[in-house]
Design a protein around this ligand. Structure first.
Ligand code: X7A
Ligand code: MN
Ligand code: MN
Ligand code: MN
Length: 285
């Protein structure tokens, strides 16, 4: 199911030829907020809150149809509505957040005010007391426990985020752990951990900037020292293999941020390949 307009949605045929039963629920239209003045330091709060409420309703409806949902973005702030709607349909879930960044700033710890660096804080039960009221966010209720969250690929974490990750005991495989253990062991430990947490439905929220920017340069906040293409694909194959994958976000693809056409091509094709790995394409054939 495709919700958010993205260059990726022009690659639907690749999913069909890979044997996926694809149902395109079309593009959501979002209300415009021309005077969306910052609230404190938070930028575009009204637009992000309103869009994510629409997204949450759409994801809940599609999950009720029994589909695995795929959100193609677009900004990682869509994780708010995507995960909220998923949880509204299936109840408790686990989240595997693959990203160079932990996106767990609150409006009070964010130094940029950009909401793509904050989605996780809005979803966690444990951080509710840290969130100020924002316009168009009154619909949002926390739906994720910190112990049901696993990060892979972190390498650019802000001080406030680092405090939350440590204080809440969130499971983190940063690029240091990827280098030390290798992606095979990281995924083994990730799946074992999710098993100890009761094998809940998995929401995979995949930020293409987790992959090294030599492979996915067309993205908003590239950070050197990322996952190889192969590591990135292996993650999707192993999550698929659990049989628990219930929703996937593929986000932060932004053709406007690449310097060359080849950079756009490489980023989009990598994102498509990651999604195909989520939906069963195997490199062995
Ligand atoms: N943590 C950042 C980046 C968020 C990236 C969002 B994602 O993962 O969806 O792409 C960066 C803050 N950073 C602080 C130091 C100066 C540079 C920016 C933020 O803006 O909060
Ligand atoms: Mn973004
Ligand atoms: Mn992100
Ligand atoms: Mn990121």
């Amino acid at each position: 199911m495709l919700i958010c307009v993205s260059p990726l949605s022009y690659h639907l045929t690749e999913f069909v030829s890979a044997g996926c039963e694809v149902k395109d629920y079309g593009n959501l239209t979002f209300e415009e907020f021309p005077d969306d003045e910052p609230v404190g330091r938070v930028k575009n709060a009204r637009a992000v809150g309103s869009a994510n409420q629409r997204l949450s309703e759409a994801v809940k409806a599609v999950k009720k149809d029994g589909h695995t949902t795929a959100m193609l973005g677009g900004d990682h702030s869509l994780g708010i509505g995507s995960i909220h709607g998923h949880s509204a349909a299936v109840g408790k879930l686990s989240v595997v957040w693959v990203d160079a960044h932990s996106d767990i700033n609150t409006p009070l710890t964010s130094s940029t005010g950009n909401m793509h660096g904050q989605p996780v804080s809005f979803l966690l039960h444990e951080l509710q007391s840290k969130l100020p009221a924002l316009p168009n966010f009154s619909w949002l209720k926390p739906c994720l426990s910190a112990k049901d969250l696993v990060y892979i690929g972190l390498r650019d974490v802000d001080p406030g985020e680092h405090y939350f990750l440590k204080f809440l005991g969130v499971k983190v495989f940063s690029m240091t752990e990827v280098d030390r253990l290798g992606i095979g062991k990281v995924m083994e430990e990730t799946c074992d951990y999710l098993c100890t947490r009761g094998n809940k439905p998995i929401h995979l929220s995949y930020d293409v900037d987790a992959i090294d920017p030599t492979v996915t340069p067309a993205t908003g906040t590239p950070v050197v020292g990322g996952l190889t293409y192969r590591d990135g694909i292996y993650i999707t194959e192993q999550i698929r293999h659990t049989g628990l994958l219930s929703a996937v976000d593929m986000v932060e693809v932004n053709p406007l941020r690449a310097q060359t056409e080849e950079g756009v091509r490489s980023t989009v094709s990598t994102a498509v390949d990651l999604l195909l790995g989520c939906f069963g394409r195997l490199r062995e054939g």
